[in-house]
Each structure stands twice: as C-alpha cells, then as structure tokens.
Design a protein around this ligand. Structure first.
Ligand code: PLP
Length: 443
C-alpha cells in the first residue's frame, strides 16, 4: 500500500478524487461523472456549483471571514437567526450556531439540561431517545444515538439513553399493526419515563423521519402529537433532530411541520448550508431560554467557529435560493415522482420489501422474504454491495442500517431538490441495473 497521510473512512479503499461538481453531478479527475442521488450525506440540497452561493461566500469573505463569538457578533449571523425563527414552526426560536449536526444535537442536549438547572431542578439531566436513531458521532450525541454499529466500540463511555421503541411500522418492534396499535410506540416513551422517573429526565430527542439508522422511516399519523403530549405532561422538553430532515428535504421547511408540533428545541445541520461550508444550529424556543435569561445569562457551550459569518452568509444565500426556486414545493412534487418510480421497482424485485419516505428523503429496504420480512444474513453485506455497485455505475446512494437494531439492509435515495424528472429517470434506471446485478450475484 502506498504511504498515505489522509485518514479516510476505509483505510485500504481507493477513493476517486473529485475535480468539480455541477448540478446533481460530481466529476472525478478521470472524467467520470457521478449522479449524486444521496446529496453526499443528504446534504447538498441545492446541488453542486451554484454560482449565487459562491458569490455570497466571496462577498462575505471580502468583508470578514471570521469573528470570535465571545468578542463580536456579525450581520449575517444575526440575520440568519431571525430568518430561521421566522421559518420554524410557530416562530419564537433563538439560534445557537455550531459546525456539525453532532454539535447541534449535543448543544440542544446541554441547553435542555441547563434549562432545568436554572430552574433549580438539578436532577433532570437525562435525555431519552429511541433505539434505531442517529444523533451524531461525538460522545454526547452518541449517547443519545441508538445506532448499534456506531455505538459499539464506545459503549463503556456512553449513557444508555436510547430506550424507547421506534415508530417502525414496516417491522414493528412491538409486533403490532397501525392503527390497531393505538400508537403503542409513542406510549413506550411514557413507560420509559415512569420507569426512570420524570425527575431525572430533561428531554426526549427524536428524528422526525429516521435517517441513517433506519432509512427514511416515517412515523404513523398522530405519533408526534402523542409524543409532545407525553413530554408536556411529564415536564420533559422535546428536541426534534432535524439535521437530516430540515431545510425543505421532506417537502416542508421543517419536517415537524407535517405533524403540526412545535418542538421546544431543534437541531439543524446538513441542508442548512447545503454543503457549501460547515454550518449547523441548535434552535431554542423562547420559553426554554427564559430561565437562562433570568439566571446565568450564558449558555455553557460554544466552539471557536460558532456563528462563523462566512458560513452564515452561505446559509442565508441557500435559503434565498430555495425560496427563489420554490424548492420546498419541488421536494414534494419530485419526491412523489421518485417514490412512484421506486414503487414500480419494488414490483419488479421480490427482495425490495419496502419503499418509503417523505419528500426527497426516500429509502428502499431489502428483505430475504417478503412475508416474514426477515433480513438477509448480515455477512452478505447487501447494503454495501448495492452502494459499491451503484458507485461503480456512477450513481451515489446512501447506506442505512435497516431494522431496529441494525439488522437489515436499506439504502437512502435523497438527491438534490433541484433534480429534474429526466435525471430522476436516469437515477432509477441505474438503480434498477444495480439491484438486478447484485441480486443475481447473491442468488
Ligand atoms: N443527526 C442526524 C439525524 C443525522 O442524520 C446526522 C448525520 O448523519 C447527525 C445528527 C450528525 O451530523 P454530523 O455528521 O454533521 O455531525
């Protein structure tokens, strides 16, 4: 192996070098084109190489790229915080800007705990979450994450927060069927609260649509209303992790808008800057900030690059671009077109057990048998085979751990919201070839 210096995800794997990106395509230094049907890691929401964003970045860089948040504020950061509050469910949010989704969920967790401390409720410091969830890779975020594979190495250092059943109707962890179940998975939160004691719990965190840990798993109707009722009844804050779903991805600016619930806190990342620069945020409702404003007046968190003016300017430009090109609506319209195409694919291939999602956050789950819904043996590595084969064909899709404890195979299809119908047709054609060839290989 050639001596290398850059640590890449798999150390003995060859990664092509990308030269440039335009629209839904990335081009490597050998001239090969990749149709970015995953927006990277569900991030490049407006596609690559958009000149307006590059111009906004340059304009801000021409004024100032960095100020330290303990010394100054900046006009783009102030404007972005106001804009996000205006767009968010019910308004009245404050923004704490950070640099990654993991920092956003972890900051939300810390603010929730601090909220109760400032009220003198010192024992409320656990943050419950669901199995089959992913909230980030840093230790606090990983403590909240039910992603079995990503937790495994660090279990002795982690809190055991993911204790609640996920709303995974395709293979219900409680062996029930909606609507006869009466939303038993939501009630599982209440069971956990009673077991642990509300006096020890600061917050409950959940993804509006489960991403990497499940593959675009949409909860049943009424789920989040019930969750919020339970949280309110037990004086527990509700944190919506909108890192993957937020900023138009699911056909609403925030996925929580589909269920009419106003979270007490939200975590944002990925689509916020559409990948043009690192940017993420914890959004906090007025009533959560209130005891902090009356008390210590300072949130005990922050990073050197928090509220970076250049990233804020990029984020504002991304939001303007989305409004100008009506990308919330596009996610809905293109999403239903792509969903219908994927459903047709499922008719052709018996091992496609489920096709699901919201807007342009869609997924395909594979099972060895449609009746029992048993997954393929883990050793077969079906998800990796599909990802690799698609990559070889110039199609990028994103891996998800299907199944409640990661025992399953699913791929996420989440192209930029700017994708055209013709590009969707090509995407589906490449995916069809991929699935056919992989299934032949393993049969
Ligand atoms: N939360 C959710 C729902 C995510 O999907 C992710 C990343 O995939 C994160 C948090 C962590 O974000 P980041 O990778 O930017 O730290």
């Amino acid at each position: 192996m050639k001596r290398e210096h850059l640590i890449k995800p798999v150390l003995d794997h060859h990664y092509p070098t990308i030269q440039y990106g335009k629209g839904v395509y990335l081009y490597d230094d050998q001239g090969k084109a990749y149709l970015d049907a995953s927006s990277g890691a569900v991030t490049a929401g407006i596609g690559h190489g958009v000149q307006e964003i590059i111009d906004a970045m340059l304009e801000q860089a021409g004024k100032v790229s960095f100020v330290y948040r303990s010394q100054f504020t900046s006009e783009p950061a102030e404007r972005l915080a106001k804009k996000l509050s205006d767009l968010a469910p019910g308004g009245d949010y404050w923004s704490f800007f950070v640099n990654s989704g993991s920092e956003a969920t972890e900051t939300a967790m810390k603010i929730a705990i601090q909220h109760w401390q400032e009220k003198g409720r010192l024992g409320k410091n656990k943050v419950l979450s669901r199995r089959m969830s992913y909230h980030g890779i840093t230790m606090g975020a990983l403590s909240m994450s039910g992603h079995v594979l990503r937790r495994r190495r660090f279990i002795p250092l982690l809190e055991d927060f993911p204790v609640v059943a996920p709303p995974y109707c395709y293979r219900c962890p409680l062996n029930k069927t909606y609507p006869a179940c009466g939303l038993a998975c939501a009630d599982d939160l209440e069971t956990a609260i009673k077991r642990i004691g509300a006096e020890h719990i600061a917050a409950f965190i959940a993804e509006p649509v489960i991403g990497a840990a499940g593959g675009a798993v949409v909860p049943p109707e009424g789920y989040f209303k019930r969750i919020k009722e339970i949280c309110n009844r037990h004086e527990i804050l509700f944190i919506a992790d909108e890192v993957m779903t937020g900023i138009a991805r699911t056909g609403a600016m925030f996925a929580m808008q589909h269920s009419g619930v106003e979270p007490d806190l939200m975590a944002l990342g990925k689509g916020m800057s559409a990948g043009y620069t690192p940017m993420a945020a914890a959004l906090v409702k007025d009533h959560v900030m209130e005891p902090i404003l009356k008390g210590s007046k300072s949130i005990m968190s922050g990073h050197t690059y928090s509220a970076n003016p250049q990233s804020a300017a990029v984020s504002l430009a991304v939001l303007d671009y989305m409004e100008k090109h009506q990308l919330v609506e596009a996610a809905k319209v293109k999403g239903s077109y792509l969903l219908a195409r994927l459903e047709r694919l499922a008719e052709q291939f018996e091992p496609i057990g489920d096709v699901r999602g919201a807007g342009l956050l869609l997924a395909v789950e594979f099972v060895s048998d449609r009746i029992s819904k048993l997954p393929f043996p883990a050793g077969l590595g079906l998800t990796s085979r599909i990802i690799d084969k698609a990559f070889h064909k110039g199609l990028l899709v994103y891996p998800a751990a299907g199944g409640v404890d990661g025992a399953g195979d699913a791929v996420i299809v989440a192209p930029p919201l700017t994708i055209t119908e013709a590009e969707i047709d090509l995407l589906v054609q490449l995916l069809e070839e991929t699935v056919r060839e992989v299934l032949q290989e393993i049969s």
